[in-house]
Ligand binder design. Sequence first.
Ligand code: ACO
Length: 323
Amino acid sequence: VMRARVLGVGGYLPARVLTNEDLSKMVDTSDEWIQERTGIRERRIAAPDELTSTLGLHAARAALANAGIDAQEVDLIILATSTPDETFPASATKIQAALGITRGAAFDLQAVCAGFVFALSTADNFLKSGQFRTALVIGAETFSRILDWKDRGTCVLFGDGAGAMVLRAEAGAGTNADIGVLSTHLFSDGRHHDALYVDGGVSSTQTAGHLRMEGKEVFRHAVVKLADSVTEALTANGLTADDIDWLVPHQANARIIIGTARKMGLPMDRVVMTVDRHGNTSAASIPLALAEAAADGRIQPGQVVLVEAIGGGLSWGSALIRW
Ligand code: ACO
Protein backbone atom coordinates (compact mmCIF):
# COMPACT_ATOMS: atom_id res chain seq x y z
CA VAL A 1 0.00 0.00 0.00
CA MET A 2 1.36 3.41 -0.95
CA ARG A 3 0.78 6.40 1.33
CA ALA A 4 1.25 10.11 0.69
CA ARG A 5 3.47 11.26 3.55
CA VAL A 6 3.65 14.92 4.59
CA LEU A 7 7.26 16.09 4.27
CA GLY A 8 6.70 19.75 5.06
CA VAL A 9 4.33 22.71 5.23
CA GLY A 10 4.74 26.46 4.80
CA GLY A 11 2.69 29.63 4.65
CA TYR A 12 2.85 33.20 3.44
CA LEU A 13 0.85 36.28 4.38
CA PRO A 14 1.02 39.68 2.67
CA ALA A 15 2.46 42.42 4.90
CA ARG A 16 -0.52 44.79 4.89
CA VAL A 17 -2.88 44.34 7.84
CA LEU A 18 -6.50 45.49 7.50
CA THR A 19 -8.15 45.74 10.93
CA ASN A 20 -11.84 45.80 11.79
CA GLU A 21 -11.27 49.43 12.81
CA ASP A 22 -9.98 50.18 9.28
CA LEU A 23 -13.08 48.51 7.81
CA SER A 24 -15.40 50.58 10.00
CA LYS A 25 -14.14 53.64 8.08
CA MET A 26 -15.01 51.99 4.74
CA VAL A 27 -18.47 50.49 5.44
CA ASP A 28 -21.11 50.76 8.18
CA THR A 29 -19.69 48.15 10.56
CA SER A 30 -17.83 47.87 13.86
CA ASP A 31 -15.05 45.87 15.46
CA GLU A 32 -17.61 44.62 18.00
CA TRP A 33 -20.04 43.30 15.34
CA ILE A 34 -17.32 41.57 13.30
CA GLN A 35 -15.66 39.96 16.34
CA GLU A 36 -18.95 38.79 17.85
CA ARG A 37 -20.32 37.26 14.61
CA THR A 38 -17.10 35.91 13.09
CA GLY A 39 -14.20 35.97 15.57
CA ILE A 40 -12.15 37.96 13.03
CA ARG A 41 -9.97 40.83 14.31
CA GLU A 42 -7.85 41.52 11.24
CA ARG A 43 -6.89 40.11 7.83
CA ARG A 44 -4.05 40.60 5.33
CA ILE A 45 -4.39 42.29 1.93
CA ALA A 46 -2.02 41.62 -0.98
CA ALA A 47 -0.01 44.53 -2.40
CA PRO A 48 -1.03 45.60 -5.94
CA ASP A 49 1.99 43.81 -7.44
CA GLU A 50 1.38 40.62 -5.46
CA LEU A 51 -0.67 38.11 -7.47
CA THR A 52 -2.05 34.77 -6.35
CA SER A 53 0.98 33.05 -7.91
CA THR A 54 3.30 35.41 -5.98
CA LEU A 55 1.73 34.40 -2.66
CA GLY A 56 1.68 30.74 -3.71
CA LEU A 57 5.35 30.83 -4.70
CA HIS A 58 6.37 32.21 -1.27
CA ALA A 59 4.35 29.48 0.48
CA ALA A 60 5.76 26.78 -1.83
CA ARG A 61 9.33 27.87 -1.07
CA ALA A 62 8.59 27.82 2.68
CA ALA A 63 7.09 24.31 2.43
CA LEU A 64 10.05 23.01 0.39
CA ALA A 65 12.49 24.47 2.94
CA ASN A 66 10.48 22.88 5.77
CA ALA A 67 10.52 19.54 3.91
CA GLY A 68 14.25 19.87 3.34
CA ILE A 69 14.00 18.86 -0.32
CA ASP A 70 15.05 20.48 -3.57
CA ALA A 71 12.34 21.86 -5.88
CA GLN A 72 13.69 19.55 -8.59
CA GLU A 73 12.29 16.56 -6.71
CA VAL A 74 8.72 17.81 -7.24
CA ASP A 75 6.90 16.19 -10.16
CA LEU A 76 3.33 17.31 -9.40
CA ILE A 77 2.04 20.78 -8.49
CA ILE A 78 -1.63 21.34 -7.71
CA LEU A 79 -2.71 24.89 -6.92
CA ALA A 80 -6.13 25.25 -5.30
CA THR A 81 -7.43 28.71 -6.09
CA SER A 82 -10.56 30.59 -7.13
CA THR A 83 -8.57 33.74 -7.85
CA PRO A 84 -6.00 32.77 -10.52
CA ASP A 85 -3.67 35.42 -11.97
CA GLU A 86 -5.20 35.00 -15.42
CA THR A 87 -8.07 33.09 -17.01
CA PHE A 88 -5.41 30.81 -18.44
CA PRO A 89 -2.84 29.29 -18.20
CA ALA A 90 -3.04 27.69 -14.79
CA SER A 91 -1.27 29.83 -12.19
CA ALA A 92 0.34 26.58 -11.03
CA THR A 93 2.49 26.64 -14.18
CA LYS A 94 3.78 30.12 -13.24
CA ILE A 95 4.80 28.79 -9.83
CA GLN A 96 6.38 25.75 -11.51
CA ALA A 97 8.46 28.00 -13.79
CA ALA A 98 9.47 30.30 -10.92
CA LEU A 99 10.71 27.25 -8.99
CA GLY A 100 12.77 26.22 -12.04
CA ILE A 101 10.88 22.95 -12.48
CA THR A 102 10.57 21.69 -16.07
CA ARG A 103 9.35 18.14 -15.59
CA GLY A 104 6.10 16.66 -14.30
CA ALA A 105 2.70 18.40 -14.32
CA ALA A 106 1.23 21.55 -12.79
CA PHE A 107 -2.44 22.54 -12.79
CA ASP A 108 -5.04 24.58 -10.92
CA LEU A 109 -8.02 23.12 -9.11
CA GLN A 110 -11.16 25.02 -8.21
CA ALA A 111 -13.32 24.08 -5.23
CA VAL A 112 -13.38 27.49 -3.53
CA CYS A 113 -12.95 27.21 0.26
CA ALA A 114 -12.82 23.40 0.02
CA GLY A 115 -10.04 23.71 -2.58
CA PHE A 116 -7.19 22.57 -0.37
CA VAL A 117 -9.02 19.41 0.73
CA PHE A 118 -9.90 18.64 -2.92
CA ALA A 119 -6.29 19.28 -4.03
CA LEU A 120 -4.90 17.17 -1.19
CA SER A 121 -7.24 14.33 -2.16
CA THR A 122 -6.22 14.61 -5.81
CA ALA A 123 -2.51 14.55 -4.95
CA ASP A 124 -3.05 11.65 -2.53
CA ASN A 125 -4.67 9.56 -5.28
CA PHE A 126 -1.92 10.38 -7.80
CA LEU A 127 0.81 9.46 -5.30
CA LYS A 128 -0.92 6.26 -4.17
CA SER A 129 -1.35 5.16 -7.79
CA GLY A 130 2.35 5.69 -8.50
CA GLN A 131 1.78 8.19 -11.31
CA PHE A 132 3.77 10.87 -9.44
CA ARG A 133 6.19 10.64 -6.51
CA THR A 134 6.53 14.08 -4.92
CA ALA A 135 3.68 16.58 -4.84
CA LEU A 136 3.44 20.24 -3.94
CA VAL A 137 -0.13 21.10 -2.94
CA ILE A 138 -0.75 24.84 -2.65
CA GLY A 139 -3.75 26.91 -1.61
CA ALA A 140 -3.34 30.56 -2.63
CA GLU A 141 -5.93 33.31 -2.89
CA THR A 142 -6.37 37.04 -3.44
CA PHE A 143 -10.03 37.30 -2.48
CA SER A 144 -9.54 41.05 -1.89
CA ARG A 145 -9.77 41.35 -5.71
CA ILE A 146 -13.27 39.81 -5.96
CA LEU A 147 -14.85 41.46 -2.90
CA ASP A 148 -17.52 44.11 -3.18
CA TRP A 149 -15.91 46.62 -0.81
CA LYS A 150 -19.30 48.35 -0.44
CA ASP A 151 -21.04 45.18 0.85
CA ARG A 152 -20.51 44.99 4.61
CA GLY A 153 -22.09 41.54 4.67
CA THR A 154 -19.13 40.01 2.80
CA CYS A 155 -16.11 42.37 2.66
CA VAL A 156 -15.37 41.98 6.38
CA LEU A 157 -15.01 38.20 6.15
CA PHE A 158 -12.12 37.52 3.77
CA GLY A 159 -8.36 37.97 3.54
CA ASP A 160 -5.44 37.11 1.23
CA GLY A 161 -2.74 34.49 1.80
CA ALA A 162 -1.20 31.19 0.77
CA GLY A 163 -0.17 27.88 2.28
CA ALA A 164 1.55 24.81 0.87
CA MET A 165 2.31 21.18 1.66
CA VAL A 166 4.92 18.79 0.24
CA LEU A 167 3.91 15.12 0.05
CA ARG A 168 5.82 12.03 -1.03
CA ALA A 169 4.68 8.51 -1.93
CA GLU A 170 6.02 5.96 0.54
CA ALA A 171 5.14 2.37 1.36
CA GLY A 172 2.78 1.79 4.28
CA ALA A 173 1.05 -1.15 5.93
CA GLY A 174 -2.44 -0.01 4.97
CA THR A 175 -3.57 0.47 8.57
CA ASN A 176 -4.56 3.63 10.45
CA ALA A 177 -1.13 3.50 12.13
CA ASP A 178 0.52 4.43 8.81
CA ILE A 179 2.27 7.77 8.52
CA GLY A 180 0.67 9.95 5.84
CA VAL A 181 -2.77 10.67 4.41
CA LEU A 182 -5.11 8.00 5.78
CA SER A 183 -8.21 8.92 3.77
CA THR A 184 -9.97 11.80 2.05
CA HIS A 185 -13.71 12.42 1.60
CA LEU A 186 -15.14 14.81 -0.99
CA PHE A 187 -18.69 16.01 -1.64
CA SER A 188 -20.50 18.56 -3.85
CA ASP A 189 -24.10 19.63 -4.27
CA GLY A 190 -24.55 22.19 -7.03
CA ARG A 191 -28.16 22.86 -6.09
CA HIS A 192 -26.80 25.36 -3.54
CA HIS A 193 -25.14 27.61 -6.13
CA ASP A 194 -26.96 30.74 -4.98
CA ALA A 195 -25.74 30.46 -1.39
CA LEU A 196 -22.23 31.52 -2.42
CA TYR A 197 -21.00 32.51 -5.88
CA VAL A 198 -19.25 35.20 -7.90
CA ASP A 199 -21.54 37.24 -10.17
CA GLY A 200 -19.14 37.27 -13.10
CA GLY A 201 -16.82 35.10 -15.11
CA VAL A 202 -15.29 34.44 -18.49
CA SER A 203 -18.27 32.80 -20.13
CA SER A 204 -21.05 34.79 -18.46
CA THR A 205 -20.01 38.45 -18.23
CA GLN A 206 -16.34 38.55 -19.32
CA THR A 207 -15.64 40.32 -16.03
CA ALA A 208 -14.17 38.91 -12.82
CA GLY A 209 -17.32 39.75 -10.84
CA HIS A 210 -17.85 40.03 -7.10
CA LEU A 211 -18.49 37.51 -4.35
CA ARG A 212 -22.17 37.15 -3.34
CA MET A 213 -23.30 35.20 -0.32
CA GLU A 214 -26.38 34.29 1.67
CA GLY A 215 -24.55 34.07 5.00
CA LYS A 216 -27.29 32.38 7.01
CA GLU A 217 -27.83 29.73 4.31
CA VAL A 218 -24.08 28.93 4.18
CA PHE A 219 -23.92 28.76 7.96
CA ARG A 220 -26.89 26.37 8.13
CA HIS A 221 -25.31 23.93 5.64
CA ALA A 222 -21.79 24.28 7.02
CA VAL A 223 -22.15 22.79 10.50
CA VAL A 224 -24.30 19.83 9.32
CA LYS A 225 -22.22 18.95 6.25
CA LEU A 226 -18.87 19.36 8.02
CA ALA A 227 -20.02 17.12 10.88
CA ASP A 228 -21.16 14.47 8.35
CA SER A 229 -17.85 14.52 6.46
CA VAL A 230 -15.88 14.33 9.72
CA THR A 231 -17.95 11.35 10.90
CA GLU A 232 -17.28 9.62 7.58
CA ALA A 233 -13.51 10.18 7.94
CA LEU A 234 -13.45 8.79 11.49
CA THR A 235 -15.62 5.78 10.61
CA ALA A 236 -13.54 4.94 7.52
CA ASN A 237 -10.45 4.66 9.72
CA GLY A 238 -12.01 3.01 12.76
CA LEU A 239 -11.19 6.08 14.88
CA THR A 240 -13.20 8.26 17.26
CA ALA A 241 -12.92 11.94 18.17
CA ASP A 242 -10.72 10.89 21.12
CA ASP A 243 -8.07 9.73 18.61
CA ILE A 244 -7.85 13.18 16.98
CA ASP A 245 -4.87 15.20 18.21
CA TRP A 246 -5.67 18.28 16.11
CA LEU A 247 -8.70 19.49 14.21
CA VAL A 248 -7.48 21.97 11.59
CA PRO A 249 -10.65 23.35 10.03
CA HIS A 250 -11.13 25.74 7.15
CA GLN A 251 -11.08 29.15 8.81
CA ALA A 252 -14.28 30.85 7.69
CA ASN A 253 -15.79 31.86 10.95
CA ALA A 254 -15.10 31.06 14.62
CA ARG A 255 -18.75 30.15 15.24
CA ILE A 256 -18.74 27.46 12.50
CA ILE A 257 -15.46 26.07 13.89
CA ILE A 258 -16.71 26.01 17.49
CA GLY A 259 -20.03 24.48 16.35
CA THR A 260 -18.25 21.67 14.47
CA ALA A 261 -15.88 20.92 17.37
CA ARG A 262 -18.82 20.85 19.80
CA LYS A 263 -20.74 18.43 17.55
CA MET A 264 -17.65 16.16 17.53
CA GLY A 265 -17.21 16.45 21.29
CA LEU A 266 -13.71 17.82 20.74
CA PRO A 267 -12.33 20.34 23.28
CA MET A 268 -11.20 23.67 21.77
CA ASP A 269 -7.62 23.16 23.01
CA ARG A 270 -7.27 20.57 20.23
CA VAL A 271 -8.54 22.94 17.51
CA VAL A 272 -6.20 25.19 15.51
CA MET A 273 -7.61 28.70 15.00
CA THR A 274 -6.17 31.43 12.80
CA VAL A 275 -9.37 33.11 11.65
CA ASP A 276 -8.92 35.90 14.22
CA ARG A 277 -5.76 37.09 12.43
CA HIS A 278 -6.21 35.78 8.86
CA GLY A 279 -9.95 36.09 8.20
CA ASN A 280 -11.23 33.63 5.60
CA THR A 281 -8.42 33.00 3.09
CA SER A 282 -10.47 30.36 1.23
CA ALA A 283 -8.26 27.55 -0.16
CA ALA A 284 -5.24 28.94 1.71
CA SER A 285 -6.68 28.74 5.21
CA ILE A 286 -5.98 25.07 6.05
CA PRO A 287 -2.35 24.93 4.84
CA LEU A 288 -1.70 28.29 6.54
CA ALA A 289 -3.10 26.92 9.81
CA LEU A 290 -1.15 23.66 9.42
CA ALA A 291 2.05 25.63 8.80
CA GLU A 292 1.49 27.74 11.89
CA ALA A 293 0.70 24.77 14.17
CA ALA A 294 3.62 22.71 12.82
CA ALA A 295 6.07 25.62 13.17
CA ASP A 296 5.14 26.37 16.79
CA GLY A 297 5.40 22.70 17.75
CA ARG A 298 1.73 21.98 18.39
CA ILE A 299 1.53 19.33 15.64
CA GLN A 300 4.05 16.56 16.36
CA PRO A 301 5.15 13.56 14.25
CA GLY A 302 2.82 10.57 14.67
CA GLN A 303 -0.17 12.70 15.65
CA VAL A 304 -3.54 12.41 13.92
CA VAL A 305 -4.69 15.60 12.19
CA LEU A 306 -8.20 16.04 10.83
CA VAL A 307 -8.84 18.76 8.25
CA GLU A 308 -12.26 19.79 6.92
CA ALA A 309 -13.72 22.55 4.76
CA ILE A 310 -16.85 23.75 3.00
CA GLY A 311 -17.29 26.44 0.39
CA GLY A 312 -19.01 27.59 -2.78
CA GLY A 313 -20.61 24.91 -4.93
CA LEU A 314 -21.45 23.88 -2.36
CA SER A 315 -18.38 21.64 -2.14
CA TRP A 316 -17.02 20.20 1.09
CA GLY A 317 -14.86 17.43 2.48
CA SER A 318 -12.42 16.15 5.05
CA ALA A 319 -9.08 14.36 5.26
CA LEU A 320 -7.33 12.42 8.00
CA ILE A 321 -3.54 12.61 8.14
CA ARG A 322 -1.09 10.90 10.46
CA TRP A 323 1.70 13.48 10.65
N1 ACO B 1 -21.43 45.02 10.24
C1 ACO B 1 -22.55 45.37 10.85
N2 ACO B 1 -23.74 44.86 10.55
C2 ACO B 1 -23.79 43.95 9.58
C3 ACO B 1 -22.64 43.51 8.89
C4 ACO B 1 -21.43 44.11 9.26
N3 ACO B 1 -20.27 43.75 8.67
N4 ACO B 1 -23.01 42.60 7.99
C5 ACO B 1 -24.32 42.43 8.10
N5 ACO B 1 -24.80 43.25 9.06
C6 ACO B 1 -26.18 43.40 9.51
C7 ACO B 1 -27.19 42.97 8.48
O1 ACO B 1 -27.44 44.01 7.58
C8 ACO B 1 -28.38 42.71 9.36
O2 ACO B 1 -28.99 43.91 9.68
P1 ACO B 1 -30.60 44.00 9.76
O3 ACO B 1 -30.97 43.04 10.87
O4 ACO B 1 -30.80 45.44 10.08
O5 ACO B 1 -31.08 43.57 8.43
C9 ACO B 1 -27.77 42.14 10.63
O6 ACO B 1 -26.39 42.55 10.62
C10 ACO B 1 -27.80 40.62 10.69
O7 ACO B 1 -27.36 40.11 9.45
P2 ACO B 1 -27.25 38.58 9.17
O8 ACO B 1 -26.72 38.36 7.81
O9 ACO B 1 -28.55 37.93 9.53
O10 ACO B 1 -26.17 38.21 10.27
P3 ACO B 1 -25.70 36.81 10.76
O11 ACO B 1 -25.91 36.71 12.20
O12 ACO B 1 -26.24 35.71 9.88
O13 ACO B 1 -24.15 36.92 10.52
C11 ACO B 1 -22.51 36.13 8.97
C12 ACO B 1 -23.65 37.11 9.22
C13 ACO B 1 -21.38 36.45 9.91
C14 ACO B 1 -22.04 36.30 7.54
C15 ACO B 1 -23.02 34.70 9.21
O14 ACO B 1 -24.20 34.46 8.50
C16 ACO B 1 -22.02 33.67 8.84
O15 ACO B 1 -21.02 33.50 9.49
N6 ACO B 1 -22.30 32.89 7.78
C17 ACO B 1 -21.39 31.92 7.31
C18 ACO B 1 -20.83 32.47 6.07
C19 ACO B 1 -19.38 32.20 5.88
O16 ACO B 1 -18.62 31.88 6.77
N7 ACO B 1 -18.99 32.35 4.65
C20 ACO B 1 -17.65 32.22 4.30
C21 ACO B 1 -17.55 31.68 2.94
S1 ACO B 1 -18.08 30.05 2.95
C22 ACO B 1 -17.00 29.30 3.78
O17 ACO B 1 -15.85 29.55 3.68
C23 ACO B 1 -17.49 28.33 4.68
